[in-house]
Write a protein that binds this ligand. Structure first.
Ligand code: TYD
Ligand code: MG
Length: 444
């Protein structure tokens, strides 16, 4: 076979006949790697064998009971009611966030509930001993005969093994991680675009042919790209991203793509000593008798679910020519806008103050609905007085200093009521940002 050398961007898959420093498609630097591919031949192709068209009503519908329930309430919710047979599900997340832990727990539960189903855990990242150690930490009693670890990095070999072992029996495969898998038919080292793409394709073919669900673990880089191959996302049926602050306990599972269900659902978990525990987001909020100085509550929506957040601000006198602005958990630019609005419309001399902002529990939100709570927390810290107890704040702040309405008010109000947050401050009862000041300013 004639071959030729081309250069492929490891980030987005752009191909070029010569090496480039920066990718013209995704603008990544130094992302090109040399790859050997088969040169196109001019010989006439064999005609393809004809494929069989299927009449629409001859295709059996997928009954809801065919979905494999995991009995993890939060997981089933994100998947839209369970795992669809033959689905390829990519679980993406930063290293150390808990992907292996989540899938190990899932595998144990599924193995116990479905003794006739064989579960294969491909451990490319860790040795079987290490995986066993984790499993022992996660489960008191071990699943029976239907749980297998497969320490194999070659896709073709592992596929052959699993195909043979399964026969026509139902199975489930977890590949941890797709970036460690290689095939002899692709060039490049493990984790390269070429290898990962081929491996994903082979697993996809296997999943569709045998109706076996396949979970692929994929590491993402800091920027949120699925390491190198962003291209993986459209090769799979479902993309789940597992996010959170590694130093904190809370983890969110979001479906960023789901061919079989909604993407508006989010699952909430908590990392503990004995694995991940499902959390009811309402329980995350701890009521305090008197809110601390600089803290304001707000309710944002994660998909369809209301999450109560505490926005914390610290405003302290600055001795720097350019005061510090440290914003964690909120959008940096939005926070800058809120600071500028407070400075201009309330004449707060924030240019003389360092401002630090945090969201409790390491949570994040990009919703402008949190603007008003941010403004309230800054005022509270600036005047050194707490906000009223049982209060919460909702509204977007515009560049003109107005408080703007946000959507789904009823859903947020319901959550507030159930948590005992009785007093709401929003565009409904505030016409002007200035009305926040009497809440915290000492009366003269
Ligand atoms: P892991 O699932 O290995 O992360 P990933 O596969 O995404 O790289 O877990 C990462 C962290 O979770 C690790 O630092 C230890 C912690 N952990 C717990 O806190 N409790 C547990 O029960 C387990 C298994 C892990
Ligand atoms: Mg892992």
């Amino acid at each position: 076979m004639k071959t030729k050398k081309i250069y492929v961007c490891q980030n987005c898959g752009y191909e070029s006949p010569k090496w480039l420093g920066q990718c013209p498609q995704c603008h990544a630097w130094n992302s090109f790697q040399e790859v050997t591919v088969a040169a196109k031949t001019t010989a006439k192709k064999q005609p393809l064998s004809t494929s069989q068209p299927l009449a629409l009503n001859s295709i059996p519908a997928l009954a809801p009971q065919n979905r494999l329930k995991t009995n993890f309430r939060e997981f089933d919710r994100v998947l839209g009611g369970g795992i669809v047979p033959g689905a390829v599900i990519l679980l993406a997340g930063e290293p150390g966030i808990g992907k292996s832990t989540l899938l190990s727990q899932l595998a144990i539960a599924l193995a116990k509930d479905n003794p006739q189903r064989q579960i294969y855990y491909l451990c490319g990242e860790e040795s079987p001993q290490q995986v066993k150690l984790r499993l022992q930490r996660l489960a008191k009693d071990f699943p029976g005969e239907n749980f297998f670890l497969l320490p194999e990095l070659d896709v073709d070999a592992s596929l052959a093994t699993i195909r043979q072992a399964l026969g026509t029996k139902p199975g489930l495969v977890i590949v941890d991680s797709i970036q460690t898998m290689t095939s002899q038919d692709a060039s490049g080292g493990p984790g390269s675009l070429n290898q990962t793409r081929l491996a994903t394709n082979l697993w996809r073919q296997f999943a569709k042919e045998t109706a076996t669900p396949v979970f692929l673990v994929g590491h993402v880089t800091k920027g949120g790209l699925i390491a190198g191959p962003k291209t993986l996302e459209h090769m799979v049926d479902v993309v789940l991203s597992f996010v959170g602050d590694r130093q904190q306990q809370l983890r969110l599972l979001r479906a960023t793509k789901n061919r079989f269900g909604p993407t508006a659902e989010v699952g909430v978990w908590q990392m503990t000593d004995h694995g991940l525990e499902e959390v009811d987001p309402g329980q995350l909020w701890q009521q305090k008798d008197k809110p601390p100085i600089g803290a304001a509550a707000t309710i944002v929506l994660e998909g369809n679910r209301p999450l109560t957040l505490e926005i914390q601000a610290l405003v302290s006198q600055s001795f720097l020519p350019t005061p510090k602005r440290v914003i964690n958990g909120l959008d940096y630019n939005r926070a800058q806008i809120v600071l500028a609005v407070l400075q201009k419309y309330l004449r707060l001399p924030l240019y003389k103050y360092d401002v630090f902002v945090n969201v409790s529990g390491g949570l994040q939100t990009r919703e402008p609905a949190a603007d008003l709570a941010l403004a309230a927390s800054i005022l509270s810290s600036y005047y050194n007085r707490p906000l009223p107890s049982d209060s919460w704040f909702l509204g977007e702040i515009s560049l003109l200093g107005e408080i703007r309405p946000v959507n789904q008010l009823a859903r947020r109000q319901k959550q507030a009521q159930s948590l005992g947050l009785k007093k709401a401050y929003s565009w409904e009862n505030l016409t002007n940002l200035r009305q926040l000041v009497p809440l915290v300013r000492p009366s003269k």
